[in-house]
Ligand binder design. Sequence first.
Ligand code: ADP
Ligand code: MG
Length: 339
Amino acid sequence: MADIIQLLPDHVANQIAAGEVVQRPASVVKELLENAIDADATSIQLLIKEAGKTLIQVSDNGKGMSETDARLSFERHATSKIKLAEDLFQLKTKGFRGEALASIAAIAHVDLKSKQEDTEVGTEIKINGTKVELQQPCVTPKGTVVSVKNLFFNIPARRNFLKSDAVELRHIIDEFQRVALAHPQIAFSLHHNGNELFQLPSSNHRQRIVNVFGGKTNEKLVPVEEETEILKVDGFVGKPEFAKRTKGEQFFFVNDRFIKSPYLNHAVTAAFEGLLKDKTYPSYFLYLTIDPKRIDINIHPTKTEIKFDDEHALYAILRSAIKHSLGQFNVAPVLDFDR
Ligand code: ADP
Ligand code: MG
């Protein structure tokens, strides 16, 4: 019998990985913004055309890449962020898989320009379906500009499944807001088809929330603060009287990373018990700091879900911290006369 098993060529493996990492333009936005943050940028610009279907460009003023690193960054499992399996338990960066650029380059036309502080000229690299088409010296400011054009050009099925520009843009704005809320000290901007949608100066958590959601948000926020051995909680919940009928502004960040957690969401809702009208949802912006050893982020490539060591304790601490804040700010129960 003949042997029939073969190793997949890199470009095929990359396309398969891309299917996991890149569901839509917003996934590219997330990966590129996170790379800019990991590069210690203090200012990040996002430029979008046609809801990301034709162009997604992220420019940062971070540490940039050398010529060799710029080339290597597109290889799969090529990362500067971890070296050992142990590092997975003390992650301080957003990225660590070394998959994003390789995946994106497998399904789009990518152009990257990068320059480090101490070099005269930068390097430009163009990739087309994982093939380096060109690398040349270029004039560019310190930092990195990644342009992703014609996403899914070689996967018609994915391209055809993209939703309307309005829907895809909504997803992009969601990702942008999550990242911007997690990193208030970094300046961000977002332009779509030449229109400025956000211009966020460097600030603190409260001011960033207000800059993202508008001036009226300020008076709605009740600060929440708690510090225990296993968890530090910081941030705000919205006053109950401003709770909405839609679950809109609900954000958990764990170690500056946006996460989804139905379980912790329940803890917040429980803290609001008796204060909310039926079928309304409080807004919250909660920043949790947990020892990285107690969490596992390595569950899914898009990393919005994480595992906690001691969920029950987190639940209890969070709930009581919010209850305490709501009590302190003299939030009276709602008298619901229409019931
Ligand atoms: P990961 O972020 O998981 O390491 P990526 O594929 O996203 O994997 O990036 C690969 C590598 O390319 C990173 O580890 C980093 O060294 C480099 N890199 C990517 N984007 C940037 C950037 N904006 N500035 C500096 N270096 C970058
Ligand atoms: Mg990355």
